[in-house]
Design a protein. Structure first.
Length: 122
């Protein structure tokens, strides 16, 4: 009786270990792929980085919240491109806060890298 109990305990332990190894190895590639997939939020963040390179005082940049503003939109275009339309309030060379409307297209090129396709401000 003691011998069969040890065998059952060992089989259960081995089964649990195999299950954990299978889950850990089997789920890794999927979760990595989802992390590296481009999203609208990441596209907007990257587009803002490109815009701020052109601002006189980028540290003063103030963007609207997406949920509260109907003038802000990020749209997924073809081939991993995203169009981001919004505006930013930032100081000019004289320290006066100005509104700049913009439309930026960025493209996800893989491995968490993005490229600026176009930027229009008015």
């Amino acid at each position: 009786m003691i011998f069969s109990r040890k065998i059952k305990l060992n089989l259960i332990t081995i089964s649990i270990l195999v299950l954990f190894v299978f889950l850990a190895v089997g789920s890794s590639p999927e979760s990595e792929n989802k992390i590296n997939e481009p999203t609208k939020t990441t596209a907007a963040y990257r587009a803002r980085e490109y815009l701020e390179q052109r601002l006189t005082a980028p540290l003063t940049a103030d963007y609207p919240f997406w949920s509260e503003d109907k003038d802000t939109a990020v749209k997924e275009l073809e081939n991993n491109k995203f169009g981001y339309r919004s505006y930013v309030h930032s100081e000019n060379a004289f320290g006066v806060e100005m509104r700049t409307d913009f439309y930026i297209v960025v493209k996800y090129i893989g491995n968490e890298n993005w490229r600026l396709v176009s930027i229009d401000t008015w």
